[in-house]
Design a protein around this ligand. Structure first.
Ligand code: SF4
Length: 273
């Protein structure tokens, strides 16, 4: 029997493409994009329709839990059932909680699927209900990026990618947009049709670099110099300063601290207004 099911891409990718998955005799036989998510609009990257059926049904796919039966590193495991695995976890959790309390359990997990249901919905509820220790998850993945965002704009949420359509200048820095951020390309194109300039910072002459107004092809690992060189120029514009004061509750004091913390020597601001 053949049927189509609505779904969402389960990979660790923020685009969360909506999918239409065709299943026949309990096997995935086709995946195509659906328009349920207006941002991804039916377009998928190549790897999911090509590789995901094999990933799910391939010979190397684990279909049952494995229990280690040898010493660590020996590589010896035996297959066990899901009820057996859950019993083992339950027994161990119960013993730890009885001896040390629930905060002796620390969930060490972060991200994975970005969909609302699959991305951190049930695991967070479970560990919260258990009373486990809270994990500061940000340093496991996007902590540096988050600090940069908060230091620049204050504690406000990010903007929708579609808003970049109204930009006058778009800089893609170390991002091969055409391949790894493909849904952003139409946004860039709309902005450029309205007069925006596109700058690509990338050692390679990528496809998007060929199309850009300016391609800055640095040697790998040297872009920090460009960052330090462009920072004072970008922060000197009145628009930038006004926006920062408006959006950063702590105002210029936050900036003074940010400049101090991020100076190469760690001894104080390296740039002055
Ligand atoms: S771009 Fe590819 S990996 Fe990302 S959500 Fe869409 S199909 Fe999945």
């Amino acid at each position: 029997m053949r049927a189509e099911h609505p779904s969402v891409c389960p990979l660790d990718c923020p685009d969360t493409c909506s999918l239409t998955v065709t299943v026949e005799d309990e096997r995935i036989v086709a995946i195509r994009g659906s328009r349920a998510n207006p941002y991804t609009a039916g377009v998928l990257c190549a790897k999911v329709p090509e590789a995901y059926p094999g990933f799910v049904h391939g010979e190397g796919r684990l279909t049952t839990p494995l229990r280690r039966v040898g010493a660590k590193g020996e590589g010896r495991f035996e297959r066990i059932s899901w009820p057996q695995a859950l019993d083992i976890v339950h027994e161990r959790f119960a013993a730890v909680i009885a001896a040390h309390g629930p905060q002796a359990i620390l969930p060490l997990n972060y991200a994975g699927p970005h969909g609302l249901l699959a991305g951190g919905s049930m695991d967070l509820r479970f560990f919260h209900r258990l009373g486990a220790s809270l994990l500061d998850r940000r340093p496991l993945c996007g902590g540096i990026r988050t600090e940069a965002w908060v230091g620049t704009f204050g504690p406000v949420p990010g903007i929708r990618p579609e808003q970049a359509e109204h930009s006058k200048l778009i800089v893609a820095w170390g991002s091969n947009v055409t391949w790894s951020n493909l849904h952003f390309v139409p946004v860039i194109n709309r902005a450029r049709r309205a007069g925006a300039k596109l700058v690509i910072v990338d050692p390679r002459r990528t496809k998007i670099a060929e199309q850009a107004d300016l391609h800055v092809a640095l040697h790998p690992g040297t872009d920090v110099v460009l960052a330090w060189a462009t920072w004072p120029a970008s922060r000197s514009t009145w628009r930038w300063r006004a926006a920062t004061r408006r959006r950063t509750p702590r105002g210029s004091a936050a900036w003074t601290r940010a400049r101090y913390d991020s100076s190469p020597s760690g001894t104080g601001p390296c740039h002055r207004r």
